[in-house]
Design a protein around this ligand. Structure first.
Ligand code: FE2
Length: 426
């Protein structure tokens, strides 16, 4: 007798009408017509099962704080940083935890079971670090949280950024962060990349930097990040987040950088909702989109994931932490409407994110963790098009969240059949 059997579902790889057998928190078997007795059977014929969504870039310390102490009137990145700095003195561990746990509940309900969150270490009290370490522990049965020590005000530029980052790592934060384009000079930005990569290499940690998050084509710290990753033998353990300057960069220089990023195995995280709203703000017309060169990176063999970045905080008042919304926006901003490109957009919020975070046991093969989401859609493209309902969210074989299928009924005569919006793209 196994724990759970899921009947007649489709998989992102294109397999159709398969069953999934689950026992003791792991996937036991995937195939047609599995003959097994199960304690629980879930039947969603023709629906897509995917491994959980992964948010590769988020800020859990500031989430759900919108309006505190005031709204961001201009909606710009720099005013967002000012509002956050006004809020920081009034932060408490309890308030940060309450907001972060509520966000985790939103995430789980929408099928996201892994989040990498940056945590600002430029408040000497490190309240946000303490709060999010406690949230990571309290929520670990339900969601994987990775924390990044993020010197929001600059590793060198902030008076205590360097020592606070070390303190945060000593407290148990997982990943080394940085913000080289915000240091005082390009040279000190590059020096921060070198110092932070060396620190991570010494401690055996991963790196994830906010890197070149601006519209300045001369902001090129990604070059140093790829170089240091290669020099220190950290291939596959380093992520460049945002890289929006590459949108505006000279095409020849971009064509030099892509193979270097690929060679260093640096993962890239784009944040489509935030990049499209915060970049290009000083442009007249035409206005740049600002998101990095996602298509070109994928074609160059670089692992690209999408992050949500912000939900209802000083930088972004919108959002409900829905990674299908993120992928939907990424697809549009990146001109990714080719059939394979749409599938890649789905991978950017699932497999590619898991790869960037180094998650173990992620996938739909026998032996993988029984973490999966059943969607009210038949294929990944259909799921993106509809931002499909997450019918069941399952972690280690247990259902954590459930949403009823949405089936609108037209009230016109003669009465039509119930409306299903789901359609396969051939
Ligand atoms: Fe960010």
């Amino acid at each position: 007798m196994i724990d759970l059997l899921i009947r007649q579902v489709n998989l992102p790889c294109g397999r159709r009408n398969v069953d999934i057998a689950i026992h003791e928190g792991r996937i036991l078997e995937v195939g047609p017509n599995i003959k097994a007795e199960a304690h629980q059977v879930l039947s969603h014929p023709g629906c897509l099962v995917t491994p959980p969504f992964v948010d590769s870039h988020f800020h859990m310390d500031s989430t759900l704080s919108v309006g505190q102490p005031r709204l961001n009137d201009s909606g710009t990145l720099l005013e967002g940083i000012s509002v956050w700095n006004e809020l920081k003195p009034d932060l408490t561990v309890e308030a940060i935890k309450k907001r972060a746990i509520e966000l985790c509940h939103w995430s789980i309900a929408r099928g996201t079971l892994a989040i990498r969150s940056h945590v600002d270490v430029c408040d000497d009290r490190l309240l946000a670090v303490q709060a999010l370490l406690e949230v990571r522990k309290e929520m670990q049965a339900f969601i994987d949280l990775q924390l990044v020590a993020f010197p929001q005000d600059g590793y060198y530029r902030s008076a205590t950024g360097k020592q606070n980052l070390l303190r945060a790592l000593d407290m148990g934060v997982d990943v080394v962060g940085g913000i080289p384009h915000f240091e005082r000079t390009r040279a000190s930005g590059d020096r921060s990349v070198t110092a932070l990569c060396e620190l991570a290499a010494d401690r055996g940690l991963r790196v994830d930097m906010h890197c070149d998050e601006n519209d300045d084509p001369l902001s090129q710290h990604i070059e140093t990040l790829a170089y240091e990753t290669h020099r220190l033998g950290m291939q596959g353990r380093v992520t460049g987040s945002h890289l929006t300057s590459m949108h505006s960069m000279d095409n020849f220089h971009a064509s030099k950088l892509l193979p270097l990023i690929r060679e260093a195995g640096v993962h890239v995280v784009a944040n489509p909702l935030i990049n499209i709203t915060l970049q290009g703000r000083q442009d007249n017309y035409p206005k740049r989109r600002g998101m990095t060169r996602v298509k070109e990176m994928l074609n160059a063999g670089i692992n690209v994931a999408f992050g949500h970045d912000c939900v209802m905080d000083p930088w972004y008042s919108m959002g409900s932490h829905d990674m299908l919304e993120v992928a939907h926006m990424g697809l549009h901003v990146g001109h990714m409407t080719g059939v394979d490109e749409m599938r890649q957009a789905f991978s950017a919020v699932t497999y590619n994110g898991a790869h960037a975070l180094g998650l173990e046991g992620y996938g739909l093969n026998p032996g993988d963790n029984a973490d999966l989401v059943i969607l009210q859609a038949s294929t990944p493209i259909d799921a993106l098009r509809l931002r499909a309902a997450r019918l069941e969210v399952i972690r280690r074989g247990k259902v954590l969240a459930r949403t009823s299928a949405s089936l609108p009924q037209l009230l016109i005569t003669p009465a039509p059949t119930p409306v299903s919006f789901s359609r396969d793209l051939m």
